[in-house]
Write a protein that binds this ligand. Sequence first.
Ligand code: DGY
Length: 328
Amino acid sequence: MTQPAILVARAVFPETIAFLQQHFDVTHNQADEVWSRAELLQRLQGKVGVLTTGSERIDAELLAACPGLKLCANMAVGFNNFDVPAMTARGVLGTNTPDVLTETTADFGFALLMATARRIAESEHFLRAGKWNKWAIDMFAGAEVHGSTLGILGMGRIGQGIARRGAHGFGMNVIYHNRSRLSPALEAECKARYVAKDELLASADHLVLVLPYSAESHHAMGAAELAKMKPTATLVNIARGGIVDDAALARALQAKQIAAAGLDVFEGEPKVHPDLLACSNVVLTPHIASATVPTRRAMAQLAADNLVGYLVHGKPLTPLNPEVLKKK
Ligand code: DGY
């Protein structure tokens, strides 16, 4: 019996491919080549499913060119690379990988906050450059973390993980802003207080962005918002490029309008705004917040389980547009 054909758009773990091959005719990209859009469209011909990694844009044009496609399984919790309404309109299901990366990503958010506040990258570069020849009282003196005010913009699962780390581990005063307020029980668990966005910006010593990217959150942190922050504050973005106006942030960092930033995501990544590269008071990492081996394995397995769950058994694990299931 011929098996349904699927595409795995980027290199994944060999065991993920072996698992998928038990159920599908798999075309993969274990060489991890960078495919153009035209190459992706061509490789999707005749496929019923695709495992994407967040970089492949699934939109109306692609769906029209690939009419056999039934499922796009994103190996990421964020799915701003999916045009979900266009997928729903065509009866194409989307899935993502929530939960399995929450704690790992919250760990990284906190690590980036600490590296930014305590100037770890900047001081390491200084040492490696052979510039350390004496002790000085203010050498790389940074911002206090324990006991300071932690602001969180976007209070989903990862935001809550960061809040718990700050409140329980570092005795921080946690405030947050979100589209919807947490339940009193969750607020108590996270020791977090809901505030208006302006109060968040003005009060946070360390502000962490963990909100999903959408047209609504585009440049949620632009020049006007940065101007509302304390000059001693730090800003961390582990959410998505485009939430911060990178050019405005570079200007704010150069002008010392805020003290420092830690960025794991960028507008137009993997390109990074040249003005950010020129700033010493910013820690830059290449979108690795979920990158531990166990978590990446769990993400790949969940994406693969969604492909098998839906295309073989009709039951996806983490559907983004479950209304497609009702229409079937
Ligand atoms: C996610 O899961 O959305 C991450 O950004 C991908 O690593």
